[in-house]
Write a protein that binds this ligand. Sequence first.
Ligand code: FES
Length: 647
Amino acid sequence: MADPLVLFMPSGKRGRFPAGTPVLEAARQLGVYVESVCGGRGICGRCQVEVQAGQFAKHGITSAADHLSPVGPKEQRYAEKRDLKPGRRLSCSATVEGDVVIDIPLDVQINAQIIRKAADTRVFERKPAVQLCYVEVEEPDMHKPLGDLDRLKDAIERDWGFSNILVDQHLFPQVQKILRQGEWAVTAAIHKDSDTGQPSLIALWPGLHNEAYGLACDIGSTTIALHLVSLLSGRVIASAGASNPQIRFGEDLMSRVSYVMMNPEGREAMTAAVRKAVDDLIGDVCGETGVHRNDILDAVFVGNPIMHHLFLGIDPTELGGAPFALAVSGAVHSWGGQLDLETNEGCRVYMIPCIAGHVGADAAAATLAEGPHRQDEMMLLVDVGTNAEIVLGNSERVVAASSPTGPAFEGAEISSGQRAAPGAIERVRIDPETLEPRFKIIGTELWSNEEGFARAATATGITGICGSGIIEVVAEMFLAGIISTDGVVDGSLAARSPRITATGRTFSYVLHDGDPLITVTQNDVRAIQLAKAALYAGIKLLMDKLGIDHVDRIRFAGAFGSFIDPKYAMVLGLIPDCELANVSAVGNAAGTGARMALVNRDYRREIEGTVRAIEKIETALEAKFQDHFVAAMALPNKIDPFPQLAN
Ligand code: FES
């Protein structure tokens, strides 16, 4: 007779195991991650599973829940002390006795009270770099002069298989006290970054310690986003964001590099500012959840090259000009304390590698999250900021570049431009007959021509146009015939509509004729043309490299991408023609990639290998960039067709 079949949900991994195999062992053999802090002693409760009823026929499994061994003494003891919910079993104790479907409940891995609504609920398969290991250590013996720490290492090797363990310096003075406090039972945190890497003992607690957390953080030049993640469940339990305080030293990246060059203490001031902001965010997520900073054991950071360097305390001057040399491009390993973060003393920090001098660890992390290198379809991943970071490719080949889009897409260099904030115009429609506009501002759902808008807008006022608004208004001006393919505002329309006004020798479009007066000038249109031409030319260069004239999917990463309407991006020719249904915003993909690298160390190897293989294209050195740029100044493009726009 065949051995019993065990099917794990939700992963769907299955295998046959001899009767009597502990469920935990079956999970391990199939690569299903089930946490076990106490090493199967029946005291941590992290290994709980549920037997799924009602799915058996669907999976060709004919038996039911009683095909696990009866509840044993270990489980009984745990249930009496800690309350084991009905239907739950300890997988270290229950053994497989017949065909069975096993579910790994998400809530058991984490203290339910501290789960907060997190921005991203995707759960990734876990294989964290830090693991908690409960061990019972032999007591000292006059006849065996082995040190306390050495016996602890022996116990960890015996129960958990970690050999040649390095010990963090900060633990030496504490080890003896902790062992005695725990009456020779302790929980060790072991850091092992790769399958072949050397394990390190990074933290130690007396008795059973059941809490381990990590941080995933994207340091953007405008915003810093941080997630607190349970290393035992892989789930985000709290998220927080804040403005990057470096803004006071310079709005955009280049002005921050200039600040460093012009001010003797400039680098130090900006490093201190960003580290403090990150540490404050750690305080926020810990305060919200009740998690102790001392239980934060691992962290992954990403950022564009300049943010990456400043956070590490590296002078970014070299990144301010050709050849844009990074001080370090590969993955960086550090400690929380060395980066002025108040975490456990042994907390490790991992920084995802940078792709190139203008394409940073944030683009690498977004690549990890979206996975162009994992699929056959040709995917274009664009993160628009002062520089657009562009990654294009599929499982065969990936190329990357950055394009100097300038700050126009962020509302800068636009006469009425502003950052996205309450009161900013973010949506625009123009009637092609009357040329009358209607618009929406951030802070209300009403259109400007709807009843109640004026009242709703009094809270914020109408303050300017943000990045998504400027793209929509220029695209709508084009669709309404106010601007030509060359981007020239048609002055002859002034006879038809008071919205068209002369500004010196050029014409403007009046979007809001109240206080303040908000117009779109010829210069504004030019600024958007220049920005979009730079972006498109960069994308075209990458398409040339791959010898393709079509992309299958387009993903906008970052805040800007979340707010622009793909249709308008295509009307203006920011992006190449693509089926609109295949163009989408993916939000903070860089943060998601950081989280993946935090909860599963295999993702670190994946992105390190991918970054090494990515072909980096320096747009400034490519002769064809200029040709593509000139063609892309037209709306949507002088040469390239956009058949999807006709649909
Ligand atoms: Fe700790 Fe099962 S592994 S209770």
